[in-house]
Every structure is written in structure tokens, then in C-alpha cells.
Design a protein around this ligand. Structure first.
Ligand code: SAM
Length: 245
């Protein structure tokens, strides 16, 4: 079925343009909306992802679909002066908000910003110890191509972390969550960001995203080994981890 926003029925090029519009439109209010919509819990999800990354001082990290930089900021503190974090995102508006925010936080020495499409990463093979993609993969049109591209630029021994909305593990939670995301979320988007449609898209993109087991299989198909996942908040969010050997 199609919706007002038409997300479910559009061809690939149109999805790319639509995702670009959504993130240009939400960039300025992105951080406050995240806090409001998740009641601050997104901060815990992100912290947990970093804790599971095994990151060490001196490492090279790629934070893909890094947006306004929450995850890159956490990594930057962990890799220290001898390490490096590259925040890559396809969207200039999100990158600009992220760059300003991280500068304000004084995090400038070990972070670089790159405008890039996850499907065709502009980095050499075997470049990174860790790649993270937080709430980004569901926006990517060709997810398999993106996973293969991530595998290519990861060093042997490196790991990929995919933090993403997923499938609630209980029926009642699923129903409550649907109600929340399809009714309340667009309403709050309208109220806070004056942008109902973008938040409608976000709700739809969450519903369409592969569930835990499907994503695990997709990662394995892209070459990742020992893929596992951890459900958070009843499966509303899952953290997938896989290795390149
Ligand atoms: N990682 C940040 C966080 O967790 O707060 C931002 C997540 S935001 C929901 C999704 C981001 O994915 C946006 O900044 C968007 O521009 C980016 N994005 C969408 N499609 C992309 C693609 N094909 N390649 C790289 N980034 C993409």
C-alpha cells in the first residue's frame, strides 16, 4: 500500500531524493527531536554501541551516516590524539550541523568530515578498525551494496556495528510502538519541527527495515563473520556486530 508520503512505492532514484529532502529538512531540529522522540534513550543506545565496539586508543574509525555526530563524538574521546574518526554522511545539511556541534564541543583534532554515499565509499580497501552506522542503514537504498562497501574498507580483524531500529520482540510492544510511531511521531514532528511528512517517512522507514534475523543474514552475505545482535528496549532497537577476518 502507498501512503501520503509514497515511500513504499517509489523507485530507487526517487527514494534517494526523498531521503535527501527529509534530512535537509530535519537537520536543524534533528538533535532536539531525537531527545524528545526517544525521551533521551537514544543516548544510551549509542553509548552501548560504543561499549560493544572494543575501540582502543590510536584506532581508525569510520562513523557512517554520522549525521550530527553523536557517535563520532563518543569515538573521538576513545581513540585519542593518535587515532582518527571519519564522520561520513551523504547529506550536506546534516554534516554542517555535525561539524558545528563537534567544534563547539572542542572535538576537532581527530575528526574529519567526508560527504559520501554508503553504497560506494571513497576509501581504500582495509582502512578502518571499526565502522559504525547508527540509525543510517534503513535510509540507504541499496543496503547490500552498502554492506559490501563497508566490508571492503574494513581492515581484516576489524568490526562493523549496525545500530538500527528493529522489530519489537513482543506483540503488545509492537502494537504500542506502531501507535506511537504512526500517530504520535508525525504529530510531534509537526509541533516541534513544523514538518509532519519527514517524521511520517521516518516511521515508515522503520516499519520497512529488515528485522534482526534478516539483517544478520544480509551482513553474513556481505562477508561478515560471527554476526550477532543484541536487542535493546524490547527489540525497538538492535545492535548488530560482525567481523572481517
Ligand atoms: N548517526 C546519526 C545518529 O545516530 O544520530 C544520524 C542518523 S540519521 C537518522 C540518518 C543519517 O543517514 C542522515 O544524516 C542521512 O543523511 C544519512 N544517510 C542517508 N542515506 C545515506 C547514504 N546512502 N550514505 C550515507 N549517509 C546516508
Amino acid at each position: 500500500s502507498t501512503t501520503h508520503f509514497g515511500y513504499k512505492s517509489v523507485p530507487a532514484e526517487q527514494k534517494v531524493a526523498m531521503v535527501a529532502d527529509v534530512f535537509h529538512s530535519v537537520a536543524a531540529k534533528y538533535d532536539i527531536m531525537n531527545d524528545v522522540m526517544s525521551m533521551g534513550i537514544h543516548r544510551l543506545w549509542k553509548r552501548f554501541a560504543i561499549d560493544c565496539s572494543g575501540v582502543r586508543p590510536g584506532q581508525q574509525v569510520l562513523d557512517l551516516a554520522g549525521g550530527t555526530g553523536d557517535i563520532a563524538a563518543l569515538f573521538s574521546k576513545r581513540v585519542g590524539a593518535n587515532g582518527k574518526v571519519i564522520l561520513a554522511d551523504i547529506n550536506e545539511s546534516m554534516l554542517n550541523v555535525g561539524r558545528d556541534k563537534l567544534r563547539d564541543l572542542g572535538l576537532i583534532n581527530n575528526i574529519e568530515f567526508v560527504q559520501a554515499n554508503a553504497e560506494a565509499l571513497p576509501f581504500a580497501d582495509n582502512s578502518f578498525d571499526i565502522i559504525s552506522i547508527g540509525f543510517g542503514l534503513r535510509n540507504v537504498t541499496d543496503k547490500d551494496a552498502a554492506l559490501r562497501s563497508m566490508f571492503r574498507v574494513l581492515k581484516p580483524g576489524g568490526r562493523l556495528l549496525v545500530l538500527e531500529f528493529s522489530k519489537p520482540t513482543h506483540d503488545w510492544l509492537s502494537k504500542a510502538y506502531d501507535l506511537y510511531s504512526f500517530r504520535l511521531l508525525p504529530f510531534m514532528g509537526q509541533l516541534i519541527a513544523n514538518d509532519k511528512e519527514s517524521y511520517q517517512y521516518l516511521a515508515e522507514s522503520i516499519r520497512m527495515h529488515p528485522d534482526q534475523e534478516t539483517l544478520k543474514q544480509m551482513m553474513a552475505a556481505a562477508g561478515f563473520a560471527e554476526v550477532s545482535y543484541y536487542n535493546m528496549t524490547g527489540g525497538i532497537v538492535a545492535l548488530h556486530r560482525g567481523y572481517k577476518f
